[in-house]
Design a protein around this ligand. Structure first.
Ligand SMILES: Nc1ncnc2c1ncn2[C@@H]1O[C@H](COP(=O)(O)OP(=O)(O)OP(=O)(O)O)[C@@H](O)[C@H]1O
Length: 385
């Protein structure tokens, strides 16, 4: 760790100088101001407003075709907005060519030059910028050390694993000391185990380079929750939700956000009641339940009760004043968890728990308990544009 810190301090300045830089200027902030992108008559990004603050990681997640990559490519300068402004720091970069934006970018499929050794790949961006041989000699090993690839300088990409190639691609992006790093599904070509360890490494890299501003496109919610300070959830070219990873997960602002991030159970409830605002009573059929009213939904509203699968418990805890009784539909053991689906008043709900030695059988009656503090009311977005 300390060795890497030394390298990153060399790359990005000493910690105190770097803190000063963040406090004193907005050099690496990414701003989207009403950015739209159209291909012909097809609008694929619609009036996007989003800020990535200096040193933050913002993840854009959303289903395929929702416009995530388009947003990232607009920052890189590979697509031109049809309306709006893109800023990096205080600079309006909307009309600057990519090479004048000082960004590093890593895409899904490594994109290393196959005929170049690792060191030549990492030097490529520096050479393109006209860096001196002295700088190249210093920066290439520094950048490779940051991603744990220092011993591989002489290899060709074909002599590396997928994870190693992606590390080299990250080193190449960092070698030019970018103000911002754009990552477009950087882990999606890797198998599950490598992906997990790369995720840890990206988190560590960001701890080592706390001033680097990162925009991270993924469709993988685990990556977003693990890495991001803030998450934007996109659909159909629009930003449907934006917030801290914690708050979006705990208090999703709409059905789409609740379903997309964390696979929530969404139970239709009626007759919201409760005067204090923070906590409300609702009815699921005849059953009275209590929940957080974080979004301050109006008294009398019909809405959705959002319960994460791990918040249902078979053993009643002290604060688990909510309960539901249903019939078990399926029980699946997945090594470290049991997944149980059960039906309550025609709603199929899902719970996960630590592995059980005696899981309930399909067809059995089951009562689950949950804490009102763990569950939240979500508006039912009837017009789902
Ligand atoms: N060069 C292009 N010409 C025409 N349409 C395009 C072009 N590039 C992207 N699109 C369209 O723009 C929309 C958004 O694409 P984009 O790649 O931004 O989505 P995404 O959210 O990143 O999806 P994925 O997760 O599948 O990568 C899609 O409907 C896509 O077909």
């Amino acid at each position: 760790m300390s060795g890497v810190m030394t390298v990153s301090e060399k790359v990005h300045g000493s910690a105190s100088a770097a803190q000063g830089a963040v406090a004193g200027n907005t050099g690496s902030r990414i701003g989207f101001e009403n950015v739209s992108v159209a291909y012909g008559s097809l609008v694929v990004l619609e009036s996007l407003n989003l800020t990535v603050n200096p040193g933050e990681i913002v993840a854009l997640i959303g289903p395929s075709g929702s416009g995530k990559t388009t947003a990232l490519r607009a920052v890189a300068g590979f697509v031109r907005p049809s309306a709006g402004r893109i800023t990096i720091g205080d600079r309006d970069v909307t009309h600057l060519p990519p090479y004048e934006r000082n960004i590093g970018m890593v895409v899904q499929n490594y994109a290393l030059f196959p005929h170049m050794r690792v060191e030549e790949n990492v030097a490529f961006g520096l050479r393109a910028k006209g860096a001196s041989e002295d700088i190249i000699r210093a920066r290439v090993p520094e950048s490779l050390a940051m991603v744990g690839m220092a011993p591989y300088t002489k290899r060709y990409p074909r002599e590396l694993s997928g994870g190693q190639q992606q590390r080299v691609a990250i080193a190449r992006a960092l070698a030019i000391r970018p103000q911002v790093l754009l990552l477009d599904e950087p882990l999606s070509a890797l198998d599950a185990q490598i992906r997990r360890s790369m995720l840890d490494e990206l988190a560590k890299l960001h701890r080592d380079l706390p001033n680097l501003t990162v925009l991270y496109v993924t469709h993988d919610q685990t990556e977003a929750l693990t890495l991001a300070n803030h998450i934007g959830i996109m659909r159909g070219g629009k930003l449907k939700a934006f917030g801290s990873a914690q708050s979006l997960f705990r208090h999703p602002p709409n059905r789409f956000a609740a379903e997309f991030l964390g696979r929530a159970n969404l139970i239709p409830v009626t007759g919201l009641d409760g005067a204090d605002g923070a906590r409300a009573g609702v009815k699921f059929g005849a059953q009275a339940l209590s929940a957080q009213n974080h979004h301050r939904l109006a008294k009398g509203s019909d809405c959705l009760l959002c319960v994460r699968p791990h918040d249902f418990k078979l053993q009643k805890g002290e604060n688990d004043t909510n309960s539901l009784t249903g019939v078990v539909q399926s029980v699946q053991w997945q090594g470290d968890v049991h997944n149980i689906t059960f039906e309550v008043a025609e709603q199929v709900l899902r719970m996960t728990s630590a592995p059980m030695s005696n899981p309930p059988e399909p067809g059995a009656s089951i009562t689950v308990h949950f804490n009102p503090a763990d569950v939240t009311l979500v508006p039912e977005d009837k017009v789902d544009g």
